[in-house]
Design a protein around this ligand. Sequence first.
Ligand SMILES: [Zn+2]
Length: 110
Amino acid sequence: MTALTDLNAALVVMTGAYSFAPTSSFAAADGVTFLCPRCVALFGASASHSVAAWSSTGAAPAGLAPPGTRWRMYGTGVADLTLVADPPRDDVFLRSACTWQGQVVNGSAL
Ligand SMILES: [Zn+2]
């Protein structure tokens, strides 16, 4: 597992239909972005892409990548963030095009 704080994680808020920017407010966050744990381990942070996860109660439109699962966000920030699929399921994973799949639990990408 890798701490989200080591993956340059940022809470983000929608600033347009398909644009977003970092926010320091957990309450206002529409999602979270972080560097892909797999690609950071394989290629380093400078060669890694980002993974995004969108809140099920936020402003991210359904068409914003990645499509599909939206997440309930629990915690106070990225250091203790837990994402739970909405509706809750244990067998749903965050996925990225590089084949990484995982979960975010208590501030770490598993
Ligand atoms: Zn990757």
